[in-house]
Design a protein around this ligand. Structure first.
Ligand SMILES: Cc1cc2nc3c(=O)[nH]c(=O)nc-3n(C[C@H](O)[C@H](O)[C@H](O)COP(=O)(O)OP(=O)(O)OC[C@H]3O[C@@H](n4cnc5c(N)ncnc54)[C@H](O)[C@@H]3O)c2cc1C
Length: 220
């Protein structure tokens, strides 16, 4: 069953996943293709999940389905213009560790700094060797390679299911007389934020009314 509003897997290093699993990356902007979503992403042992990820999940799922991977761009300080970020990062670092410097100069959380370090290690270019311009560029476009869709056990909802064409106007399955379908059994997809529950309740109520109608007809 295709997952919707779901997380994705990332080949995190053991050090990164053990240290940051469960931690949120708040106020980020995630871009995939021409689509950008603001919100929160949560680091999991397997990869990433959370509201902003779910909002892009249909597109990411399709890209992974066709090419096996999808590269997200994550802006960790989306409200800061590149120029302002560069100015802040051009301040002398003195004897501070790079993590401390980034925390103070760019107001990044430990998880965000961990993600930058993880990316730098994967690319073979140490963060400390980057100019303030390159660092500013990286902070607002961290590439994160997603290599799969996370397990259905953690998905918020599903895509696919019984097609609406298979139902009559009362939500009865045409080929299974007396059997009614509603909610996630049906083939539809919606974002989180109450839309899924609303559609589950609405189709449930419609199927319930349909079942009553069917019973009164078959009994009378
Ligand atoms: C962690 C999480 C957070 C979510 N947050 C939101 C949100 O904020 N807003 C939103 O709109 N939606 C949210 N959703 C999605 C929403 O909960 C679902 O879309 C909605 O509950 C689907 O309703 P449903 O009746 O189709 O299925 P379900 O709620 O899954 O109900 C199916 C029921 O059938 C029962 N069942 C299964 N098999 C059998 C069987 N063989 N015999 C008898 N009973 C069986 C199950 O135990 C279950 O009680 C969230 C989902 C999850 C998992």
């Amino acid at each position: 069953m295709p997952r919707a509003n779901c997380g994705f897997t990332v080949a995190w290093s053991e050090i990164f996943r053990n240290r940051f699993k469960g931690q949120p990356l708040k106020g980020v902007a995630l871009s995939f293709g021409s689509h950008t979503v603001r919100g929160e992403a949560i680091i999991t042992r397997a990869g990433l999940e959370g509201g902003a990820i779910y909002a892009l999940s249909a597109r990411l799922r399709e890209a992974i389905g066709s090419s096996g991977q999808a590269t997200l761009r994550m802006a960790l300080r989306p409200d800061l213009a590149m120029q302002d970020l560069m100015v802040q990062l051009s301040r002398p670092r003195g004897r501070q560790s790079l993590s401390n410097f980034l925390r103070k100069a760019a107001h990044l959380s430990p998880a965000a700094i961990g993600l930058l370090q993880e990316t730098a290690i994967a690319s073979g270019v140490p963060l400390s060797s980057l100019s303030s311009a390159s660092l500013a560029g990286l902070i607002n476009a961290v590439p994160v390679e997603l290599n799969g869709v996370a397990s259905i056990a953690r998905a918020i909802s599903t895509a696919g299911g019984i097609s609406f064409n298979e139902l009559d106007a009362d939500f009865m399955i045409r080929r299974l007389r007396g059997i009614f379908a509603a909610g996630e059994m049906l083939d539809w997809e919606a974002p989180t934020g109450g839309y899924l529950l609303q559609a589950a309740f609405a189709t449930g109520a419609a199927a319930g009314r349909g079942a009553l109608k069917w019973l009164s007809r078959s009994m009378g």
